[in-house]
Design a protein. Structure first.
Length: 278
């Protein structure tokens, strides 16, 4: 599997001089499976640049899009994903149970004049909701994907990819609380993962003021990664006010905490345009 980050930011895009290293676009990942199939996770503003990769008119686009949930920062790049305006594009959608409603609403929200955004029905691409994940798992040519409901206002959905003996987990917009049963469910789901990409929106000092907001602090994420024997942890959904220098400090702090526990857990923070190979 090859994983590329097109958007790493939470809540709202924050372009500018303070977000050059880790990026200002909201959630979008590209996962290339070993057989050549492509899976996109979320349609935050990062999906616009990803769409430009498909601009060769000779190539038909045949992809999957998995949506974690329909908060704006995870869907409002979709009208700017250029392949949806071509009849040669086929998109199979899965994930959060009302994800098609969210994608439709980014067009049919009655805020435009019908010219922009156009109506969802006017998109030329073939876009179908396949609804496999809420009933079990999705298999794409030997890669198995399943999901877990997350703790987030109105809900969110995490994804686990298993390809051969490699496991990738993506969980964003998830409030971990070590005292709750849902924490143990997450530990079971993440057990032995090679890579865990997880929402680390807050610092531990910030979390008490933001309980119930549906995001995690990095200490809880470290607890999850350690309890589940994860090999690599990637901090994700950076708070919009978090500058590059703050994210560097946070990452070093997490690495120090792990060293004190004599763990081999690798830690990094998700960077827009960076690639992980598994
Ligand atoms: Zn979010
Ligand atoms: Zn959210």
């Amino acid at each position: 599997m090859k994983i590329k980050f097109w958007g790493t930011r939470g809540s709202i895009p924050v372009p500018g001089k303070d977000t050059i290293i880790y990026g200002g676009n909201t959630t979008c990942l590209e996962v290339d499976l070993i057989d050549g199939k492509k899976v996109i996770i979320d349609a935050g503003t990062g999906i616009r640049s990803l769409g430009r990769e498909f601009e060769s008119p000779k190539e038909d686009v045949d992809i999957y899009i998995l949506i974690t949930h329909i908060h704006w920062d995870h869907i409002f790049g979709f009208p700017f994903f250029s392949p949806i305006y071509r009849s040669s594009t086929r998109i199979l959608v899965d994930g959060y149970n009302s994800c098609m409603k969210g994608l439709r609403y980014s067009f049919d929200n009655k805020m435009g004049d019908g010219l922009f955004p156009v109506k969802f029905e006017e998109l030329k691409a073939d876009i179908q909701f396949i609804n496999k994940l809420s009933h079990g798992y999705l298999e794409i040519d030997g890669t198995f994907i399943d999901g877990i409901p997350l703790c987030h206002p109105q809900g969110s959905f995490g994804f686990r990819f298993r390809e051969g003996n490699k496991t990738l987990i993506f969980m964003t917009d998830n409030e971990l609380d070590v005292k709750k049963k849902s924490f143990n469910d997450c530990v079971d789901f993440c057990q032995g993962a090679d890579i865990l990409i997880h929402d680390s929106h807050y610092e531990p000092e910030e979390i008490s003021k933001h309980r119930g907001w549906g995001h995690s602090d990095y200490q809880s994420v470290l607890d999850l990664a350690l309890s589940a024997n994860v090999k690599k942890l990637v901090l994700f959904h950076h708070a919009p006010g978090r500058k590059d220098s703050d994210i560097i400090k946070m990452t070093i702090l997490c690495q120090d905490l792990i060293r004190k526990k004599n763990s081999n857990l690798e830690i990094e923070a998700a960077k827009e345009n960076s690639v992980l190979v598994l």
